[in-house]
Design a protein around this ligand. Structure first.
Ligand code: ADP
Ligand code: MG
Length: 147
């Protein structure tokens, strides 16, 4: 009988793995809010359209990211929260696996705007099914919370 096992291509394997982390829009909301808290945000806005199927938008006043980090954060296993196995025993953040943003990017269209306080310009990134379509400098003022 012929052999029947084949290796899945990376893009399919990634989408299956992403489904473990992001089962529904609520999972994306949880991950993005946790990231905002981990980034030290004191104000967070959450905007949802059609129960998150059309839009999940999180705006925070946390640390922001450099342009390199803004691109890097969508790679699988990319995290600023741990470096070594020992760090696992003193986790002080809500996330640490570096899987959330990569998973969200694998199953949705993503736009990221981020700026660190010390930078004059921020970075805008557009991703469609894990493929970076656009990255460019942008204005990124902190939008104050709605009254
Ligand atoms: N809202 C944010 N503000 C600043 N940095 C962020 C934000 N969200 C994500 N990041 C950065 O992107 C990295 C990857 O995020 P994520 O995929 O959720 O993995 P994890 O939270 O497990 O590290 C984080 O470690 C952090 O450095
Ligand atoms: Mg996270």
């Amino acid at each position: 009988m012929a052999d029947i096992i084949n290796l899945l291509p990376d893009n399919i394997a990634n989408q299956i793995a992403a489904g473990e982390v992001i089962q529904r829009p609520a999972s994306a909301v949880k991950e993005l809010l946790e990231n905002a808290v981990d980034a030290g945000a004191t104000e967070i806005q959450l905007i949802i359209r059609d129960a998150g199927k059309e839009l999940v938008q999180v705006i925070d006043n946390g640390s922001g990211m450099s342009d390199t980090d803004a691109r890097m954060c969508f790679e699988r296993h990319a995290t600023s929260k741990i470096r070594s196995i020992d760090d696992l025993f003193q986790i002080r953040t809500m996330g640490f696996r570096g899987e959330a943003l990569a998973s969200i990017a694998a199953v949705s269209q993503v736009e990221l705007k981020s700026r660190r306080a010390e930078d004059e310009l921020g970075t805008f990134i557009e991703i469609d099914n894990s493929v970076i379509r656009r990255q460019e400098p942008c204005q990124a003022p902190w939008a104050p919370a709605l009254p």
